[in-house]
Design a protein around this ligand. Sequence first.
Ligand code: MRU
Length: 351
Amino acid sequence: MILNLGNLPRTIWVEKSGGASVAGFVDQRRLPGELVLVRTADWREMVDAVKTLAVRGAPAIGVAGAAAVMLAAFEYAERPDFDDRLEKAARVIAEARPTAVNLSWGVRRAQEAAREASTAGKTAAETAEALYELAEALIAEDEAVNRRIGAHGTALLRALAETGAVGRPLNILTHCNAGSLATAFYGTALGVVYAAAQEGLVNRVFADETRPVNQGARLTVWELARAGVPVTLQCDDMAPSLMAEGQVDAVIVGADRIAANGDAANKVGTLGLAIMARHFQIPFYVAAPKSTIDCTTKSGSAIPIEERDPAEVLAEPIPGVAVRNPAFDVTPYDLITAIITEDGIWKPLKP
Ligand code: MRU
C-alpha cells in the first residue's frame, strides 16, 4: 500500500517568529472540518490547549508540557525571581491533565534541563534558549520513537498476516486516536498501522467513534483517510458484532499511563474492547513509548482517572440526571497480548 504521510500535518512544533520563540500546534477541536494551526508565545494558552483537547494524546501533551515550560522561561527571563516563577508555572502545566504520565514527564525533562543550565552558570535568557533546543529535540525524538514502535509492531503483525492463523492482510480495530495527531508525528498505535500498511500487511482499519469526545470519528478517520489507509468508522457499540463476524484480526490501541505491573490506562472504552478481544481470541496490542510507563505507579488501580465535564456526555443537563464522564479506563495486563515500545515488547517487573 502506498501511503501519503506527507499529507499529515506536524501536530506540535516550536519556531522563531519575529525574534520571539513560539510553540505551534494543530487545534484538534476544529478537526475534521478545518485544519487550523495556532501559534502562541503564552504558556497559559498551551495549558488551556491541553485542558480543552486542542492538543491531546499522551505523547503530544508530553511535548506540549516541555514547550509550555520553554515559553514560561522566555516570559520570565528578565525577572529577578526567574527560578520561582518557572517552578510555579511548571507545576500548573504538569497539572493540566492527570492521567497521561507523559505530561509530567515532559515538564520534568524541561525542569531538569533548566537546572542543568543554571548549574552550568547560564543566564535566564540562555536557560530559555536551552529549553527551546530541548523542545526541538523532544519533538524529533518523539517521531523517531514512534517509527521504532511501528517497526516492532510490524514484526508482530507480519507473524499474524503471513504465518499465523490469519494468512492475509489484516483488519485492525482501534479506539480513540493514538495516531500522528496524538504525537508530534506518526503515532503509536497508528504508527504500527502505517508501518505495517507500507509492508502490505493491512487491509483495513475499523475506527471506533469513541464517545463522548469522538476522537475516532473526528481525528482517526481523518488522518487515516488523508494518509491513504482504508478506514471504516463505526459506533463504539458495533465492535462486538464486528468481532463476532470474524472481521477483526487484531486490536491496537495506545496508552496514557502503564503501571509497573503492566495495567494500561487508555481512552474509556478500551477495557471493553480488551474483554471482547479475549472472548473472541483476537490479539490485543498496546503501543506506547517508554515515557508512558510509570514504574512509580504499582498497578492500574493507582492510576488517576480524569473526570471531565458532564457536558461532553449530555450537552443540555436534564434535571435529576447525574452524569459520569471518566475519560479513561484501565485494562489489566492479563488481557494485553503485548505492550509494544520503541525497544520492543515490554514486560512488567511483576505481572
Ligand atoms: O483524552 P485524549 O484524547 O487525550 O485521550 C487520548 C488517548 O486515550 C490515546 O489513546 C492515548 O493518549 C494514546 S496517544 C498515542
